[in-house]
Design a protein around this ligand. Sequence first.
Ligand SMILES: [Zn+2]
Length: 501
Amino acid sequence: MNISRLVEELTAWAVRKKLIEKEDHVYCRNQLLEKLQIADFEQPVSAAERDLHSIMEDILKWALDEGRIENDTVTERDLFDTKLMGVFADKPSVIASRFGKEEEKSPEQATAWFYEWNKAIDYIRTKRIEKNVTWKTDTEYGALDMTINLSKPEKDPAEIEKLKHQPASSYPLCLLCRENEGYAGRLNHPARQNLRTIPVTLNEEAWHFQFSPYVYYHEHAIVLKEKHEPMVITGDTFTRLLAFTERFPHYFIGSNADLPIVGGSILSHDHYQAGCYTFPMARAEAEETMELPQFTGVTAARVKWPMSVVRLQGDDRTEVKKAAEHILNSWRAYSDETAGIYAETDGTLHQTITPIARRRGRAFELDLVLRNNRTSSDHPDGIFHPHAHVHHIKKENIGLIEVMGLAVLPGRLKQELRETAEKLAGVSPESALYDGITAKHADWALKVSEGRRTASVEEMETLLQEETGLVFAEILGHAGVFKRDDAGIRAFQRFMQTIQQ
Ligand SMILES: [Zn+2]
């Protein structure tokens, strides 16, 4: 393998992608030689125009052969190729100033430019994300977005809870900290030489805007506090979310809740997720709308959604914020024994909100999703959490993205659903399914395929995907504090009446 040729191909690729200028060509070549620990370079006669992935695959093979990478693992390969890509990443101030220039034209143009840059520099590993399996399932709540995630390892709630109580590691303090920008990484921490963040001011505090390396939807962004401080939902949260939508009106932005079980995967560092995408929940309609007389021009609606959503709308973002804070305080203290809702047990508080802000024309819209993290002997993982009978599909927390109607399902499901489909299409599925990795799906698969079985594996796989989407809708119902039956809707209405005071 001719490493000079590969270095030339990679540098020429970066020029073509406009990551660097022609004038930077020799300089960047020399930077690459240093990172590859080679002193010689022989100008190749010609270099092919290949895509990044195939050039990098060859460089990684060379690095393994030459002992620059010790073990052929994804972790070590990622540490190595990110170091090389860092050569082509402009310094943060240069990127931020370019973002500013684009933003003068329009916020849409700024985020679109930055998104393309993140893909080009391979911070967003497009090739890996393409492996995710995605589909849509029609339900009574509209079409839900389904993803089997093959690009990011999953964490279970116990691990998340454990991580919350872990002492902060020395540097960077966590995976989200802005100190990751440019960091070389180590075996237990990803390399971030090609990460760039854009400073943003929210509620007069320093925050940073960046993209998520695991894109679940268009322009999937993360907005993180400059200080490493824990997730907490307060009135300030609403102020920041609404301010962000004022600056980027084409984006939604939401926060995970601040309690274990109903929160996201990182509770130790305050952060939000944003993006240029319309989620199924944003399309869900109001079932009942009322005025909130205490807040000028603000309406509150109960939304047709399996989780319990109060939707605020108003043209004045300060009034919307005040209304949201009032509802947050009301909810934190609210109990309704007939609906199984207890604000606290034995001195532990259980209630919080998953908030999502967006613009609706001129108006500011804030969806407040009511959450409760109480557990019981029947539901030790959480009462308003996926129940045991659906754990074969998903047992992880229902975080912000799922709340909005996009299922992020564990990677194991790809193989499991495929094998389940094969057995359904084969002879005597009744016995075959109870063997191996399909055993946990057997009862469900037999029930949902009754009277619909064919010998086509593809048809059976489509059927299972559809049914998985329906299970996801059911899971969202488990996470809903007010159920969708008559008694649940009446209980929700009682809560809505209390917020009018
Ligand atoms: Zn942090």
